[in-house]
Each structure stands twice: as structure tokens, then as C-alpha cells.
Design a binder for this molecule. Structure first.
Ligand SMILES: *[C@@H]1O[C@H](CO)[C@@H](O)[C@H](O)[C@H]1NC(C)=O
Ligand SMILES: *[C@@H]1O[C@H](CO)[C@@H](O)[C@H](O)[C@H]1NC(C)=O
Ligand SMILES: *[C@@H]1O[C@H](CO)[C@@H](O)[C@H](O)[C@H]1NC(C)=O
Length: 236
């Protein structure tokens, strides 16, 4: 059980880790290298053109989520689809290109190109549900985090603080402790059980993927948003 969540965590980190300072490397003689680089052959021909286009989050406060991902994080609204008076499907995403290279695309343009875009966010709200939805920092579940890449993570931190975003971990701070919001979202917090030795080992290992330099914030529903810098800071 633990191994499964741990490897899941590594995989998630590896995905987002691609362009980091300690970039994944395949030196199998280095005992401190946690990365095992994939050697998959070509994908099945039938999957040619498959791509991850969007992922979906359920919300009980669509207004709050649109404000966070849109007004603050800068995603643009593609559309709200009001299927019924109570049920709304919303698509958001970053402008990807734009005619003059400034990244500007209108909602109409992005909606037109929706099925040719990547990394979109779908927000779904059933506005009469009695269910209590629990974000990944509040309760470990199979959703982990949203991962963003920014040009300058320090500037992003200053900006997000100025916008009142709740910072869970600042850059240059390692994770400490066995409980907490980030630990929950990575599947190693209080819900994972005691397992002190295993958790201790993980805390010691976190620098292998550059965890200290990840900025961690949460969205209004309590889902973890992990923010990494595109290119390694010059100091490291
Ligand atoms: C939804 O989020 C907004 C902030 O964008 C907040 O003002 C409002 O109180 C929230 N609504 C509920 C029901 O929590
Ligand atoms: C790019 O296009 C957008 C939308 O038309 C416009 O707002 C922006 O000023 C343009 N930027 C440049 C550098 O031309
Ligand atoms: C959800 O329902 C509340 C209360 O009925 C209403 O104020 C709010 O505008 C609704 N939100 C959406 C996105 O429909």
C-alpha cells in the first residue's frame, strides 16, 4: 500500500520535474539517483494522436474556483455550459499561442480550438448537491494536485501572496513533519497510518527531486497546486 503511494508520488514528481535543476538522469551507479528513466517502445499504433486534453475537478463553489484559476492564476474562461439550472460544466485554460505571440486568445477562439488544446481544466458544479466534497489537502484521495510551471517561482510566490492566496509551502523550505496539508495531498500524511520509519526516509529523500524549491498553494476547494520553475534557478 505504502509502496504504491510512494511510487505514485515519485511518478507525479517526475512528470513535473522534467526541466528541473537535478533533471532526471539515468546514472544507475549513483545510489542517490531515484530516477529510473523509462524505456518503453513505440506506443500502439491505434493510439496515434491520443493526448491528455483536460482533467476535471468537482466543486461546490464554482465562483470561487473561477476567481482563483482565472483572475489570480490567469487561466481564461472557454465557456460555462449550463446543462440545467443546477448543473454547470466550465472549461478554463491558459492561452496557448495566440496570433501575435503574446499569448492572447479570446474565449471564442479557445472554445473553437478546444479539442486541439492541452492542459485544460474542467470544473463541474452540481449546485444542489448535499455531498461534502473534500480537497486533496484535507483528505488523501486519488486526486493529488494541479501542477503549474512558471518562469520565475520567486516572483510567482510574491504575486500569489499579494493576491491573498494561501501559501502552504514557500520555496527554499523543505517539507517537515509527517502530517499536514501537503502530506495529505501526496498520500503520506495522517491518513496513511503511522509508518514513521518510511515517512522519515521520505523526508530525507525529498531533496532528490528538488522538493525545497516547489511552491505549494491551495485552491479554494483545498486542492494542492504545485508550482515549479521552468528553468533551474542560477543558484543551483
Ligand atoms: C465562494 O467563493 C467566494 C470567493 O470567490 C466567496 O466570496 C463565497 O463566500 C464562496 N461561497 C461559499 C458558499 O463558500
Ligand atoms: C496582441 O493581440 C492582442 C489581442 O488582439 C492585443 O491586445 C495585444 O496588444 C497584441 N500585442 C502585441 C504586442 O501586438
Ligand atoms: C449556486 O446556487 C447559489 C444558491 O442557490 C447561487 O447563489 C449561485 O449563484 C449558484 N451558482 C451557480 C454557479 O449557479
Amino acid at each position: 500500500m505504502y509502496l504504491v503511494t510512494f511510487s505514485h508520488w515519485l511518478v507525479a514528481a517526475l512528470f513535473a520535474q522534467w526541466a528541473w535543476a537535478c533533471s532526471p538522469r539515468s546514472d544507475i551507479n549513483d545510489q542517490n539517483n531515484p530516477f529510473v528513466i523509462g524505456d518503453d517502445g513505440p506506443a500502439p499504433a491505434a493510439t496515434l494522436g491520443f493526448a491528455i486534453n483536460h482533467f476535471g475537478l468537482l466543486t461546490t463553489n464554482l465562483t470561487g474556483m473561477k476567481h482563483f484559476y482565472g483572475d489570480i492564476l490567469g487561466m481564461r474562461l472557454l465557456f460555462d455550459a449550463h446543462l440545467t439550472p443546477e448543473y454547470t460544466v466550465t472549461y478554463m485554460g491558459y492561452s496557448q499561442g495566440g496570433r501575435n505571440g503574446t499569448g492572447f486568445q479570446s474565449g471564442a477562439e479557445m472554445t473553437r480550438d478546444k479539442n486541439n488544446l492541452y492542459g485544460l481544466l474542467e470544473l463541474v458544479q452540481f449546485n444542489v448537491s448535499d455531498d461534502r466534497l473534500v480537497g486533496s489537502t484535507k483528505r488523501t484521495n486519488t486526486f493529488g494536485h494541479v501542477g503549474l510551471i512558471v518562469a520565475d517561482v520567486e516572483k510567482a510566490q510574491t504575486y500569489l501572496e499579494s493576491r491573498g492566496v494561501e501559501i502552504l509551502k514557500r520555496i527554499k523550505e523543505p517539507l517537515s513533519g509527517f502530517t499536514g496539508s501537503i502530506q495529505n495531498a501526496f498520500g503520506v500524511g495522517e491518513f496513511a497510518g503511522e509508518h514513521i520509519a518510511a515517512k522519515m526516509a521520505l523526508l530525507k529523500a525529498q531533496s532528490l527531486i528538488g522538493m525545497e524549491m516547489f511552491l505549494m498553494v491551495q485552491d479554494p476547494d483545498g486542492n494542492l497546486v504545485e508550482i515549479q520553475q521552468q528553468d533551474a534557478p542560477s543558484s543551483s
